[in-house]
Design a protein around this ligand. Structure first.
Ligand code: ADP
Ligand code: MG
Length: 481
């Protein structure tokens, strides 16, 4: 199947040159069997971009050659042995003021929740650095994410109690220490960050302190493995005897696991009676935990239950600024506000949007100005409740084809610009039911017959041109159906 793949790729490269090699230097071909194309991307951002921009055409090319409808299975791997394209020796730099690594370097790998072989493997390779020499997030030997420290945490009314209590659990601050500290709240609101910050702080102030950080999931897996291997003594020594601080993430995942709960109950008692600090996180309050024994739930409330709420706008803006500073991105204040206004309920998504913005600006050689940020956001956000407007369609189409709105609305008759313009006009007609004169006005005061021609042209081509269908599908997905 290698030759089929090679031929399809050669054709794709010829058809869609541009940044092909830049993207495909971060993608690896792992095989094509049973109608499933296996691809490996260096990170999720590359996967998403390639899926949106190249896969529709690539699948079509493969279908032409194999007669099969091809499905794609992606995997993510920080290090690719044989990328499709050689890495360009001189990667293009952004014209603007931001500086981010190329997509090859994962910027926000998932935190590593556990401490031993059961933990998922980090996608970063050890020792990786981003431009400017700052270390990429990676777990320190104790299994803590090095970015999750108190200094990187923005405090606002939504999280100040949890923050103060976490400081106290780490032996800092003036607040009383509670044991256990139970931090709860929705996803992406900083629970794991605070949990690891406790560990970092204690590690600094009491270097000999034995810190165990583990997710409930990993604790369960280790427990099962220990039983199977008849190594329960070692397991208990690790969690009960050789532990001065236990940080357990996502205890809601103990739900329904009776034996693990029983084991954890005894672990908890042993540590608590020896006055060892325990910090737990959960996506819900103790009394809301399902299929969790009463005695465990009651112990979770012995100390302090502190929740983290959705941060307010000011806090969200401060978080974006903080992240930009940490990643050495120079973004305008108005872009920070735009992001914070657009993404309200999840800090992880807020960060994701910032990184996506920075990475796309870098790859496309654009400055992060308000127009560019709006385009990326309109493309990234799920469909909004409000109906899509002509401006939304123009933004998303421009973003998809990497054009400026002034190009699309202007007089440029270059084939690629004209095609994007026709697509935008067609989509406005289809989705917004704009009249032809209205469309003419929106698109640079064109005559209504010329917009009608654009609509008819796209309608006709749709039936015969798979590339165009691919573009339309990708844009429609971004606009939300
Ligand atoms: P949770 O465990 O609640 O799902 P995380 O702790 O993993 O959320 O946080 C998600 C991301 O958001 C992390 O990268 C974290 O650093 C960031 N984050 C969340 N809250 C804050 C905050 N108040 N200040 C700075 N970063 C934050
Ligand atoms: Mg978490």
């Amino acid at each position: 199947m290698q030759d089929v793949w090679d031929a399809a790729i050669a054709e794709l490269r010829g058809k869609m040159p541009g940044s092909f090699d830049r993207w495909f230097s971060s993608v690896q071909f792992d095989g094509l069997t049973d109608g499933v194309l296996q691809l490996r991307a260096q990170n999720a951002f590359v996967r998403d971009f390639v899926s949106d921009h190249y896969l529709p055409t690539l699948k079509e090319k493969l279908r032409e050659r194999t007669g099969l409808t091809i499905d794609v299975a992606w995997s993510i791997d920080g290090e690719l042995a044989t990328p499709v394209s050689a890495r360009p020796s001189d990667p293009p730099r952004p014209e603007g003021r931001i500086s981010v690594p190329p997509p090859a370097t994962p910027m926000f790998p998932e935190p590593i929740p556990a401490t031993n072989g059961h933990a998922p493997v980090a996608t970063t390779h050890p020792g990786a650095t981003v431009e400017g020499g700052a270390p990429v997030a990676r777990p320190s030997p104790e299994g803590l994410n090095s970015k999750y420290i108190f200094a990187n945490f923005v405090v606002g009314t939504s999280n100040e109690l949890a923050h103060a209590a976490a400081m106290a659990a780490a032996g800092a601050g003036s607040v009383r220490r509670y044991n256990p500290l139970f931090i709860c709240g929705g996803t992406g609101l900083g629970k794991t960050h605070l949990l690891h910050a406790v560990g970092h702080h204690l590690h600094q102030s009491r270097p000999g302190c034995r810190i165990v950080v583990v997710s409930a999931e990993a604790f369960t897996n280790e427990f099962i493995a220990a039983i199977a291997a008849k190594e329960m003594d070692a397991f208990r020594t690790r969690y009960r005897t050789q532990c001065d601080l236990l940080l357990m993430d996502d205890v809601h995942n103990l739900a329904g696991r009776e034996q693990t709960q029983e084991e954890f109950f005894h672990t908890f008692n042993a540590l608590h009676s020896a006055d060892k600090q325990i910090v737990l996180t959960s996506d819900r309050y103790p009394h809301e935990l399902e299929r969790t024994t009463e005695r465990l739930v009651s112990r979770f409330t012995w100390g302090l239950v502190a929740d983290v709420q959705v941060p307010q706008l000011e806090t969200r803006v401060a978080i974006v600024r903080k992240k930009a500073q940490l990643e050495q991105l120079d973004i305008d204040d108005e872009v920070a506000v735009l992001l914070a206004q657009a993404i309200r309920s999840n800090v992880r998504e807020l960060e994701g949007a910032l990184i996506r913005l920075a990475a796309q600006a870098s790859i496309l050689g654009r400055r992060i100005d308000l127009e560019f940020a709006r385009g990326v956001l309109a493309a990234a956000l799920p469909a909004r409740a409000a109906p899509v407007t002509v401006e939304d369609v123009v933004r998303v189409v421009c973003h998809h084809f990497n054009l400026r709105s002034s190009d699309l609305l202007g007089k440029d008759r270059h084939r690629s610009v004209a095609q994007a313009r026709h697509v935008a006009i067609y989509l406005c007609r289809q989705r917004l039911k704009c009249s032809y004169p209205e469309l003419g006005r929106h698109f640079g005061h064109r005559d209504h017959t010329s917009v009608m021609h654009a609509v008819k042209k796209v309608e006709a081509l749709k039936a015969t041109d798979p590339d165009l269908r691919g573009h339309l599908d990708a844009i429609e997905r971004k606009l939300g159906s």
